[in-house]
Design a protein around this ligand. Structure first.
Ligand SMILES: Nc1nc2c(c(=O)[nH]1)N[C@H]1C(S)=C(S)[C@@H](COP(=O)(O)O)O[C@H]1N2
Ligand SMILES: [Mo]
Length: 260
């Protein structure tokens, strides 16, 4: 996440968030504030991308309408994130990290293994070839960054919940904690309920091609019900644990739930 000024012509981000909060019923207001109360969180709730004052207006309308879909998305963490047709895909899809693309990890497919640790029956490490053999699905969903941009992409991979079942993970544990290959480290805890969400994916392909380096080769965890920073790229290990181990952005004050 590079430090960029956050300016939308004609829209004051703080006022928009304040106005939206005012229109929410109590329960969702509490949940929204607990979830980070950011423009990203609003985008996640309403599906509206704010680029100008008329889309801000539209977002407010969406919040105040509180139609069934939005309600379901807020109150039920098992609700599905919206999916989109191929024609909606954002091209080119943005790269984002806390460094420039030149500094993104270069992972050698031959040497890489996914380490599995913690509360699981089978702690075997997995090669990429082994992982590629898992049954995979493709999803076209929206990725929302807390910095205020969002983009629609196509991700293919194995549902994480299938993998957790396969390795005999204790799904009563609180978190799955991911560590990444970034040179100064990147990690992120995912609450078990979200890890078991049907759309949460161990992603191996972007736009039907092997995941490019920019987007996290060889594997990222795609969680379409969460903000972008809860989608770790260049994953090297996963640990099933009851301990809250913190995360790169979580430790800097971003809410760990950050999603629906
Ligand atoms: N390993 C790693 N994963 C990461 C990040 C990072 O810096 N390192 N940045 C996060 C953030 S803030 C965003 S918005 C997305 C960006 O993913 P993209 O480059 O595929 O758009 O990756 C997330 N996962
Ligand atoms: Mo992000």
């Amino acid at each position: 996440m590079a430090k960029r000024p956050f300016l939308i012509p004609g829209v004051d981000k703080r006022l928009l968030i304040k106005d939206s909060i005012k229109t929410m019923p109590d329960v969702s207001r509490r949940r929204f504030i607990a979830g980070g109360a950011s423009l990203g969180a609003l985008t996640l709730l309403t599906g509206c991308d704010v680029v100008d004052s008329s889309s801000a207006e539209e977002m407010l309308k969406q919040v105040s309408k509180f139609n069934d879909a939005v309600q379901a998305f807020i109150f039920n963490p098992d609700a599905l994130a919206p999916t989109f047709p191929e024609s909606a895909i954002t091209k080119p899809f943005p790269f984002n990290a806390y460094y420039d693309l030149d500094d993104a990890p270069v992972v050698s497919a031959a040497d890489w293994k996914l380490e599995v640790r913690g509360l699981v029956d089978n702690k075997k490490s997995w090669t990429l070839d082994e992982l590629y053999k898992l049954p995979q699905v493709t999803q076209i969903t929206r990725h929302i960054c807390v910095e205020g941009w969002s983009a629609i992409g196509s991700w293919t991979g194995a549902p994480l919940r299938d993998f957790l079942k396969l390795i005999g993970a204790d799904t009563r544990a609180k978190y799955v904690w991911f560590q990444c290959a970034d040179k100064d480290g990147y990690n992120s805890p995912l609450d078990m309920r979200s890890a078991l969400h049907p759309q949460t994916q161990m992603t191996f392909k972007y736009a039907n091609e092997i995941l490019p380096r920019a987007y996290g080769f060889p594997m990222k965890i795609r969680v379409p019900t969460k903000l972008g920073f809860k989608n770790p790229k260049y994953v090297v290990s996963m640990e099933v644990t009851n301990d809250y181990k913190g995360g790169y952005w979580e430790d800097q004050g971003y809410n760990s739930f950050s999603g629906s």
